[in-house]
Design a protein around this ligand. Structure first.
Ligand SMILES: [Zn+2]
Length: 693
């Protein structure tokens, strides 16, 4: 497929895109785009500074002449769009990742094999604009998908594969609920898996529902592994993207749903990058930033500043750059192109600084997928994922670098293990823990870690069934006696400022308080002042007191476990009171938490990564001052920030500003920090510094 202009570029250069930091542009092509000049498309993408083009291959509509009679060929295509695109991409020095959407097919496949497609209990097929949703357990996904992949890999010199919308679907594109698939394949496979019939309701009141969730997960993961193995058998060198399934790299998507629940959550990009890095355990990752605002308006563009804030968070947490256009670059709204091109060009220049990075955070948050899945079974389900988000915000806004540890990999035997290298693990209402996870966390505490848990952590098993005894033996609490939901008007007494808040004699409590049985050796901090009358004013004085604790703590082996029988993390998410944040982050301890310190005013996230190959540290500062609620515009430049880095040596390079920063003093201060004065920080800054080790 390579023409004479590209013969000097080794094939491995194109194939290895997923092993290095990359800049991808996804063009989600519409049928008429097959007529677009593919040379022009590749040139436009290259001129955006990208090195990877994501291009439609097939599934619903083939963008190449297919010999498979059930795969519809794009009727608006003349010739071979994919063939021309591969040639054009390679001529421009771009790797080409092919996009396959196996989730749907056209009517001719449906009429030939209706049994391959999703049908609900009313016998209706899940169709949308003339396409039919394939069932994970049906022949389209299970067999025909492999034929499509074989045809593509034999015919085209592509460098990677991306799968769109893989898995189960119970609603239409428009969001209308449709119900689960009850096809014969689903019935038979679920019966073999669980010994049960399919659930009639998608909630835990149906005894088959928990098993069905596991079945969905297992069957989708099995299918993904089958497809991955099939690809690797044919073309081991190409990169296969994925999420939780078997893959070479992780690729997610960042977008705005206009109906999402307030308050605005601007941290989705960093959250996804942290998850991908933790789950992937060293795999490359990116989250594609959709150019458009929301699906119904695929051509109304986000502000450039929204994209740059997304990319800054992704880079800061070790992900690559990835930008998603619906259609070709020939868009009516191109306002993001200029700033994104500038960023991509900058990244190309500094690509070497981004290869092989490892996080140097000392703090991790525990990401419990199980809790998300089985939360509806817990007593505090109404808090949703907000405690986790509150803790996430507390760490970001207190400028503490942190990573995730995923429940799905926490019990893995890796070297290093997923918990290794962290001093503190923040377990924010991880209600559902398996015995294996709990044992691993306890061992880590015993070996010297500090675990901080809130709310219902560990009071349920891995499927959300209540436990008689709390799962973590390290925690200073044994069992849960009662969950009180009526703490409005309550406080904790903080006399003597013992909770690290010297200027707050009372700490506000709302929502739940968990009456627990503390361990015998638990140390107690704070005392609950039960709900107080808050009107009329004449009656607003305490009439009853208690000595129930707000913080419990105990040593476990070489480490310490701390438990808060309430939800300061959820309160911080809701109220943003700095006291609540300081209460959480104060427990972490500055000494271990902050390998890097930023001084000066401004909404800044800070992360620290290291390139083992060169020994260089890479500090990112992400500036959130352009974000107010769901408005994203140009951030105010931050001036006069001081950066202190432990273990740094010599001059630093501010890669965005393009300046060299000399340390303010040649010697580190008594806490081990070497200090630098930063120039103005725009949307973000990346500071590269040699390290002492
Ligand atoms: Zn089915």
């Amino acid at each position: 497929m390579q023409d004479k202009n590209t013969r000097h570029i080794a094939s491995s250069h194109f194939k290895d895109w997923w092993k290095r930091p990359y800049r991808m542009v996804q063009t989600n092509l519409r049928m008429p785009d097959a007529q677009y000049d593919q040379r022009l498309l590749a040139r436009e993408v290259r001129e955006m500074g990208a090195d990877v083009l994501l291009y439609n291959m097939g599934g619903i509509y083939a963008f190449y002449p297919t010999a498979l009679p059930l795969q519809a060929e794009n009727p608006m295509m003349a010739g071979d769009a994919l063939g021309a695109a591969v040639e054009a991409a390679h001529a421009e020095g771009l790797s080409l990742v092919g996009r396959l959407d196996l989730s749907k097919a056209t009517r001719k496949a449906y009429e030939a094999h209706p049994d391959w497609f999703v049908h609900n209990v009313r016998g209706q097929a899940l169709s949308y604009n003339g396409t039919y949703q394939a069932c994970v357990n049906g022949g389209w996904y299970q067999d025909h998908a492999l034929d499509i992949i074989s045809e593509l890999l034999r015919g085209y010199d592509i460098d990677g594969i991306f799968f769109n919308m893989f898995g189960y679907m119970n609603h239409t594109y428009s969001g209308d609920y449709f119900g689960i698939c009850v096809c014969d394949n689903c019935r038979a496979r679920f019966r073999a898996f669980s010994g049960r019939e399919l659930p009639e309701r998608e909630d835990f009141s149906d005894p088959a529902y928990a098993d069905y969730l596991k079945f969905q997960d297992r069957s989708a993961m099995d299918l993904s592994a089958r497809i991955y193995d099939h690809i690797k058998q044919l073309k081991p060198e190409i990169g296969v993207t994925g999420g939780r399934g078997k893959s070479d790299l992780i690729r997610l998507e960042i977008q705005r749903f206009i109906f999402r629940e307030p308050p605005e959550w601007p941290y989705q990009p960093g959250e996804q990058a942290r998850w991908a890095r933790a789950f992937g355990q060293g795999k490359n990752a990116s989250s594609t930033s959709t150019n458009f605002v929301d699906y119904p308006w695929r051509f109304a563009a986000e502000t450039p500043d929204c994209h740059i804030l997304r990319f800054a968070q992704q880079l800061a947490s070790g992900a690559s750059l990835d930008y998603y256009l619906l259609g070709t670059p020939d868009q009516a709204d191109q306002k993001a192109f200029g700033p994104i091109t500038e960023l991509f060009e900058w990244h190309r220049k500094h690509e070497g600084c981004y290869s092989g990075l490892r996080s140097r955070a000392r703090v991790a948050m525990y990401h419990s997928r199980k809790t998300g899945k089985f939360r509806a079974r817990t007593r505090t389900a109404d808090l949703k994922g907000h405690p986790f988000r509150g803790a996430y915000r507390a760490l970001i806004e207190d400028r503490i670098p942190f990573d995730f540890v995923c429940d799905e990999t926490a019990a893995d035997d890796g070297n290093p293990g997923p918990l290794e290298g962290y001093d503190v693990l923040l377990v924010s209402n991880a209600a559902c823990l398996s015995d294996d996870e709990a044992r691993r966390l306890d061992d880590w505490v015993a070996a010297g870690g500090t675990l901080i848990a809130t709310g219902e952590t560990g009071f349920y098993d891995e499927e959300g069934r209540p436990r008689a005894l709390q799962a973590l033996s390290s925690l200073p609490v044994r069992q849960l006696n009662l969950v009180r939901p009526d703490m409005r008007g309550a406080y904790f007494r903080n006399e003597g400022g013992e909770a690290g808040l010297p200027d707050a004699g009372l700490i506000m409590l709302d929502g739940y308080y968990l009456h627990c049985e503390p361990a015998e050796d638990a140390e107690r901090v704070l005392a609950l002042l039960p709900p107080q009358r808050f009107g009329p004013p004449e009656l607003c004085y305490p009439d009853v007191d208690s000595d129930l604790p707000g913080i419990l703590s105990r040593r476990h082996g070489q480490g310490r476990a701390i438990y808060l029988p309430w939800f300061p993390d959820w309160q911080y998410y809701r109220d943003s009171l700095p006291d609540m944040r300081r209460l959480v982050t104060g427990l972490i301890g500055d000494a271990v938490a902050r390998p890097v310190v930023v001084r000066g005013a401004g909404a800044v996230e800070v992360t620290l990564q290291k390139q083992p190959e060169t020994g260089r540290l890479l500090v990112h500062l992400v500036n959130y001052s352009g974000q107010r609620n769901n408005l994203y515009e140009k951030p105010a430049e931050l001036h006069g920030l001081l950066l202190g880095v432990r273990g740094a040596a010599g001059d630093a390079k501010a890669l965005r500003e393009g300046s060299v920063l000399q340390p303010l003093s040649p010697q580190a201060d008594e806490d081990g920090y070497l200090w630098y004065r930063l120039g103005p920080v725009g949307a973000f800054e990346a500071v590269s510094i040699a390290s002492q080790s």
